[in-house]
Ligand binder design. Sequence first.
Ligand code: IPE
Ligand code: IPE
Ligand code: MG
Ligand code: MG
Length: 299
Amino acid sequence: MPKRGEVMDLKRTLKKKKELIDEYLKLVLPYSEGPPKLQEATWYAMLNGGKRLRGIIMMAIAEMKDQPLEIILNPVAGIEMIHTSTLLLDDLPSMDDALLRRGKPALHKVYGEAITILVAESLLLEGLSLIIEEVINGISSREERSRIIGNLFSSIGKDGVMLGQFLDLYKSNQELKLKEIEEIHAKKTGSLFEVCVDIASSLAGFIPQEKKEIMNFATYFGKAFQISDDLIAVENKPALSGKLSLTKDRRPNYVQLCGKKKTLKNLNDYVQKAISSLKVLPNSEFLIELTKYLKTRNS
Ligand code: IPE
Ligand code: IPE
Ligand code: MG
Ligand code: MG
């Protein structure tokens, strides 16, 4: 267990990094020059909370190699826009029918479904564009650039988040095997952690052996993250989690499948595996602390 002082330090660091990301987002969000309603809805979606964990991981990876923040800020903002776009769709009445997101009424509850879909699409496209611009400028190998961009699209689309979201819906109300729920988690949630680590580690200049380890970290972190999300969902404390979905009980859930004891054991195992991959990398202390936090987070 992390000590109390360590948890406080981590929370303070996370808060500072989140504030920095939020300030940058204000500069690059689409519709900054109107139309006012679309700008309002975009800011509501993006700037009303959100832990920014994917962006924070990308910044931490750049810091591991002493790279200046400037090389990573556009991809950080881009990945957070893409992540939010997936949440906006996830919350729609036809999907998880969420009332609350990030402690506030879900975007579709305030601005309606049509605007929510338009904001989600705009954020997805703007996010992709911010990332691709930096990859084109920051990576000299043509082969590597095209691998990263191809992987970015398929990890959000047909091989990743969208496929995972489809499986999550399609396998609702069904008895699943552990392997099947792990597959859904890997696609709907793991893919985006893997893609953000892939982009950040290539921009930061990780060598192939380091790249292999940091990608293993991403895979295990993604698994642990969604298990902790499923724990938060069954505990159902909207005042803490900031989330409330009307279809929660129908969606595949790790805890409902395995029971709490096995869920906690598997969460712990994945956290340990993620940490083992980080331990062989230099300057990985912050990411190790962040990974431990998955065992105790409640939002
Ligand atoms: C929630 O992600 C959706 C999942 C993939 C489980 P986060 O818990 O990172 O959401 P925010 O961005 O902090 O709201
Ligand atoms: C979220 O899955 C995954 C994506 C949005 C891609 P969930 O539906 O389990 O996440 P929350 O609990 O609503 O954030
Ligand atoms: Mg969902
Ligand atoms: Mg949901």
